[in-house]
Write a protein that binds this ligand. Structure first.
Ligand SMILES: C[S@@+](CC[C@H](N)C(=O)[O-])C[C@H]1O[C@@H](n2cnc3c(N)ncnc32)[C@H](O)[C@@H]1O
Length: 280
């Protein structure tokens, strides 16, 4: 089944589409799922739960399906953001700090505070909770990478420091996995703190920078292997895979983002083809 999706971006819900991928068929997974209580992309359920722990459990359940399709020597990079428990939805910026997407918080139903974990202003530690749940599922956590953003999306509050980093967890499913430390050193990618500016792509405000993803691909997969992003967004992972001579598979629920991603991928393919002709 996996080959049917090879080098394609499939517009649909990845919770359903993943079931069509064969066991152990994907060499590398790089993704950033929808964050809890933030945006609304389509008719997805992930990210729109009422309780943050429900979200954590759903991501962990999703990860079990990723474990099934990941190759024994493969890797899974998970970028997931944290959030503050807020009065109206979650930590959305108001007034001059508001972004276009901040209106989405109104569309989320959120549980009431409980005076313990659920207290206004509480940082929920969602990435850590997800990572620990995945360890219980049998994943091996190899690195907790800090992605520092020199140009973070503003998240202003008068009584706390500004958040400027996110986690990228590097998980494997077996202790014998592929990792090329020499390439990592050459790319200056061998330390666990990265500094890459965010690169919003058109309407998509939550894109990865291509320069963040390429070193991950080059150090943890081989040429012609398959890279999957089940939350493809604007197509960054696919573009990076093409530039690294890997195959890609992308799932994306939002039709507008599918179009943006397909356009980017087409351009990346043209550039890589012209480079090939030039070097022959
Ligand atoms: C954080 S963004 C990922 C951005 C991406 N890394 C990029 O560079 O553009 C999450 C994406 O997942 C998509 N999405 C949300 N739920 C989904 C689902 N159930 N299946 C497929 N895509 C989904 C959203 O539309 C959004 O584009």
């Amino acid at each position: 089944m996996t080959n049917e999706y090879l080098d394609k971006i499939i517009c649909g819900d990845s919770e359903r589409l993943l079931k069509n991928l064969s066991n152990n068929s994907i060499h590398l997974i790089i993704t950033s799922p929808p964050y809890f209580g933030c945006r609304v992309y389509g008719n997805e359920t992930l990210g729109r739960e009422e309780h943050p722990i429900e979200y954590v459990n759903n991501i962990i359940k999703f990860a079990s399906e990723l474990k099934r399709i990941l190759h024994q020597q493969g890797s899974f990079y998970l970028n997931v953001g944290d959030i503050y428990f807020g009065t109206k939805g979650f930590s959305r910026n108001k007034g001059s700090y508001a972004r276009k997407t901040d209106k989405h918080y109104k569309e989320h139903k959120i549980v009431k505070p409980d005076g313990k974990y659920l207290q206004y202003k509480q940082l929920l530690m969602l990435p850590e909770r997800i990572a620990m749940g995945m360890q219980e599922q049998g994943w091996v956590l190899r690195n907790k990478i800090i992605w520092e953003k020199p140009n973070p999306v503003p998240s202003y509050s008068p009584d706390r420091r500004y958040p400027v980093y996110e986690h990228i967890f590097h998980f494997v499913k077996s202790r014998k996995y592929f990792f090329d430390l020499e390439t990592a050193k050459k790319l200056n990618n061998h330390r666990d703190i990265y500094r890459n500016g965010i690169e919003p792509f058109g309407e998509h405000q939550a894109s990865f920078p291509v320069s963040l993803i390429k070193p991950l691909i080059l150090t943890t997969s081989k040429e012609n292997e398959i890279v999957l992003d089940p939350f493809m967004g604007s197509g960054t992972t696919a573009v990076a895979a093409i530039e690294c001579d890997r195959h890609y598979i992308g799932f994306e629920i939002n039709e507008d983002f599918c179009k943006i991603a397909e356009k980017r991928v087409k351009e990346a393919k043209l550039i890589s083809k012209s480079k090939l002709i030039f070097t022959q």
